[in-house]
Design a protein around this ligand. Structure first.
Ligand code: NAP
Length: 249
């Protein structure tokens, strides 16, 4: 058997990131993930990954900080020897109507969701360029394509990820590195659990496939984009949304 690959997943302790970590571990990759504050969830996820027979490391690091994300990348290489897959998944919401939205609510979402992606790609791509290989997958959202009431900050951050994805894909293509984005629709996680039943029902009506998505729906596409089978795909946005972003008449 060849050397195990290493995947770094930001915000991998809970929700979609956790599912991606477990999916790639199942595929035989060693896993490093970052998280912000919930030590208990991070420790539990480390144990679940290790049960799959691979190495796991959780690093408390704010991706919105340029220095902390650099440390995160360095720790990954120190512990595992390489970074073959980078999944920029960490993200937050601070929803509010634009008229009520505070400057800090806008800035914090942009700092974590958008600058965090820049920070991690900037530091990880140095390692990937030396390796002459790498797969970068950015978790955006269909809200970046469609917009949403109360989410100007979030929509702007997620639309910005498309711009980073395409620019980085062009810059890194000849270095053997692919960069793609996934735009999930409505996925059942803690992030979406606070929505009212009425709101959930309305969303469900707008989804052509007629069901809410699961974290597994997203993780399996990350699995594909991080595999050699996806080697000729770069700069793309893949909606994993049950058809929601197509809109309905
Ligand atoms: P979640 O359940 O709220 O989990 C967020 C994860 O990110 C946690 O591990 C959290 O760690 C970590 N995190 C938060 N801020 C961080 C920071 N500054 N630095 C490092 N880690 C940080 O979120 P989710 O629903 O799984 O969403 C994951 C991604 O998918 C996000 O980018 C989100 O925008 C995107 N997405 C989600 C949906 C959806 O329907 N759920 C739809 C489209 C796109 P702690 O636990 O320590 O705070």
């Amino acid at each position: 058997m060849g050397k195990r690959k290493t995947a770094l997943i930001t915000g991998g302790s809970r929700g979609i990131g956790r599912e991606i970590a477990l999916y790639l571990a199942q595929k035989g990759m060693n896993i490093v993930f970052s998280y912000l504050s919930n030590d208990e969830a991070a420790q539990k996820t480390v144990e679940e990954i290790e049960e799959k027979g691979v190495k796991a490391l959780a690093v408390k690091a704010d991706v919105g900080s340029f220095e902390e994300s650099e440390k995160l990348i360095n720790k990954t290489v120190e512990a595992m020897g390489s970074i073959d897959v980078l999944v920029n998944n960490a993200g937050i919401i601070r929803d509010n109507l634009m008229l009520r939205m505070k400057e800090e609510e806008f800035d914090e979402v942009i700092r974590i969701n958008l600058k965090g992606v820049f920070n991690c790609i900037k530091h990880a791509s140095k390692i990937m360029i030396k390796q002459k290989s790498g797969k970068i997958i950015n978790i955006s959202s269909i809200i970046g394509l469609m917009g949403n009431i109360g989410q100007t900050n979030y929509a702007a951050s997620k639309a910005g990820i498309f711009g980073i994805t395409k620019s980085a894909a062009k810059e890194l293509a000849l270095r053997g590195i692919t960069v793609n984005a996934i735009a999930p629709g409505f996925i059942e996680t803690e992030m979406t659990s606070s929505l009212s039943d009425k709101h959930k029902e309305a969303i469900l009506k707008a989804i052509p496939l007629g069901r809410i998505g699961s974290s597994k729906d997203v993780a399996s596409i990350v699995g594909f984009l991080s595999s050699e089978e996806a080697g000729y795909i770069t700069g793309q946005i893949i909606c994993v949304d049950g058809g929601l972003a197509m809109g309905s008449l």
